[in-house]
Design a protein around this ligand. Structure first.
Ligand code: SF4
Ligand code: SF4
Length: 368
């Protein structure tokens, strides 16, 4: 059962002169990993044309406030779209788009990646052992500039020998990697209409009429968990590929306390992520574009659909929202200002505003 975290407010440690766009380009993927939700990937979604992608990029520039723009592509698999490389070439020449990055399963070849890396700042490869050709994958990793690439190493318990091989490979070559535990995968079933039981999804949202049963549970041993705990924070880096040792959030234990630096992921891992009823600034520093083109404040979806990329004018949030979920499980969503209640906001607004200012933001920022 998730718990309320032991602080009264928090904010991100990232630069505040940038607007962060998390863009799920499409559900289309060339893999079908057993732990990946059907809501996240398929092998059939059509590819967007280059013209369409450029039209969305133009709307981003028109609608996003006057800040630097950072676009991070996810999917599905972004590079599965045959127009992706050309689109990145286009984006690279757009003023204000100062950073482009992506998650990729690394299934394209060295030639493709060598070309792509000219136009993007960062490729974060993810290993998916069920489908990947490990030798081709390592060739790709080796060929990429160290500061512009990294590895999300999916610690699949069934492929432990390969997990260790990749860790050794990265450590020898000074490649940044981050071990990711595999989460259980749920499937949804219709609940019997007479049942009165409440059911919650992984974000803590009530799913009326649906039951989630576990379809896949990663079979970690005690020994594997212990090894993961030792290795999980070994090598970390910021979005620009620089190694960092600094945590990603500031928390305020009480209204009179100085802020403390922490890792968002530690709260999520320990299930201290119940922010139900908190005032949340998700959507004030960036947005989430979903595979179907709808726009949400963040990955959590709280606040519902705020616009669609096809709309000429996007209705971007200007105020905090009250969280209605019992779990906040996405690290990206954690990197926004949050207050336990109106009283902590009143007391800490100025301190938070000053920290925003210290990180290249404005004292008038709406994110406080
Ligand atoms: S490669 Fe990524 S998006 Fe594709 S099926 Fe695997 S986890 Fe899902
Ligand atoms: S990011 Fe979403 S889930 Fe997390 S506290 Fe804010 S509204 Fe709630």
């Amino acid at each position: 059962m998730s718990q309320i975290p032991n602080f009264v407010a928090m904010q991100s440690t990232r630069n505040q002169d940038t607007y962060w766009i998390h863009w799920n380009l499409s559900k289309r993927c060339n893999y079908n990993c057993s732990y990946c939700s059907d809501a996240l990937h398929d092998m059939t979604s059509p590819h967007h044309s280059l013209e369409y992608l450029i039209s969305v990029a133009n709307k981003i520039k028109k609608n996003i406030p006057n800040k630097k723009i950072r676009i991070w592509f996810t999917g599905g698999e972004p590079t599965a779209n045959p127009n992706f490389l050309e689109f990145c070439k286009f984006l690279k020449n757009q003023i204000r788009v100062t950073h482009i990055g992506l998650n990729s399963n690394g299934s394209r070849n060295v030639k493709y990646h060598t070309e792509l890396i000219k136009y993007v700042n960062k490729i974060q490869f993810s290993s998916h052992f069920e489908f990947m050709d490990i030798d081709k994958f390592l060739e790709n990793l080796e060929a990429m500039p160290r500061k512009k690439s990294s590895l999300n190493l999916m610690a699949e318990p069934e492929h432990w020998d390969k997990v260790k091989r990749l860790v050794g490979f990265c450590e020898q070559r000074n490649i940044n990697y981050h071990l990711k535990r595999i989460r259980p995968k749920y499937q949804w079933k219709q609940r019997h209409p007479a049942s009165k039981d409440m059911n919650y999804d992984s974000y803590g949202v009530i799913n009326a009429g649906l039951l989630n049963s576990v379809e896949y549970t990663p079979p970690y041993t005690e020994e594997q968990i212990q090894w993961l705990e030792e290795k999980e924070h070994v090598q970390l880096e910021d979005e620009n590929g620089n190694k960092v040792t600094k945590p990603d959030i500031l928390i305020y234990p009480n209204i009179d306390d100085e802020p403390e630096e922490k890792w968002a992921n530690d709260f999520i891992k320990n299930q201290q992520d119940n922010l139900f009823g908190w005032l949340c600034g998700v959507g004030l520093e960036g947005i989430e574009i979903n595979a179907d083109g709808t726009i949400h404040r963040g990955v959590c979806g709280v606040g519902g659909i705020i616009s669609h990329v096809d709309d000429e004018d996007w209705n971007l949030p200007k105020n905090f929202i009250v969280c209605n979920r019992t779990r906040c499980t996405c690290v990206a969503d954690w990197k926004t200002t949050k207050y336990k209640n109106h009283s902590s906001r009143k007391e800490l607004k100025e301190s938070i505003s000053f920290e925003i200012y210290k990180r290249k933001g404005s004292l008038d920022s709406i994110n406080k």
